[in-house]
Design a protein around this ligand. Sequence first.
Ligand SMILES: [Fe+2]
Length: 383
Amino acid sequence: MPRAFEWTYACAKVRFGPGAVEALRGYLHGYKRVYLVMGRRAAAESGALADVRPLLDSLGIEYGVYDQVVPNPPSSLADDLAARVSRFSAEAIIAIGGGSTIDTAKVAAAIAANGGSSLDYLYGRRRATRCLPLFVINLTHGTGSEVNRYANMTDVSTGDKLGNEVCYPTASFDDPRYTLSMPLEEVLCTSFDALYHAYEAATTAGSSPLAQALAEEAVRRIAEYLPLAASNPKDENARYWLMYASMLAGVAIDLSPTNIIHLFENMLSGLVPSLPHGCGLALIGPPLVPLVHSASPEPSTRLLRILDPNVRSPEDAGAALARFVKHVGFSRRLSDYGVGKDIVREAVRRAFKNPVVAERLRNRLSGVQLDEQRVLQLLLSAV
Ligand SMILES: [Fe+2]
């Protein structure tokens, strides 16, 4: 496996590679009380929690534990967590998990430092001028949230899932070995998330050559290493490069936001939290990609030719992504996750009705006006 390294993006220190979490020790000197945040199983199964606990004990740091984060988390989780963190007088939060855990921790870190509620930050009614120090031990190769300022949660009052800029982690730790315990479907779906972060950041209106260069490298690594990780889940070298790709794609969406595929998928997985976000993207991506390709043909062609050198038309673009996910062993449909036609109709209706999402839908595809009925027909084909 290639070597470990450290770098800084924006105000986040990032330690990447095997043994990365050992560096957490250097950041925690002087802290007396911290709060650990995680889901119900990955922190323990990955081995990350077993590495962090003795580290805290050796430094004499007291800690509280919140281990109830669920996939596609409701915004109320962050409010609950922030209240616990404040009651415990925690000086910092340590998130151990994938995107759901990291995003919940970001929003809680913002509330704990600035007040307000999770929805204030998710709707941009309040900006986090500072955040409680947040240390992130990332356990997947999909989210990219360990390097960027965004958080996604579901508005419990409406069921709409949306993301906004909240805060960067203080420091993040990416150890690819922690991803080895993920079930195969999670390996695939988190990688699809990173793939779509890259594709959408490169094609969204106003994207930059910098975001596109990062996206290109991310797609290249995913195209090469996801087939290897899918056929051999113990291939640590493949996980290194998938986590690296996910990190680059996470920076790409910080530089240039995601496109319409994420906007519609967030509505779906907000309504049906058991739909893994990355799987939702893999399923609704191919019917929507021709619209994206028509709006940004040059970067779309360049990226998708990494997957299939023959991509020319908008239809080729969608087909290239559909073939790639099938090639790595993913052949499910939306209905396999309990997403029927009525839910798709509701998701599309909500996307065009939610003021924040509707404005983004108008701005992300340069020169293409989205028609609600047309989008609905395209998405129904994925059920
Ligand atoms: Fe995503």
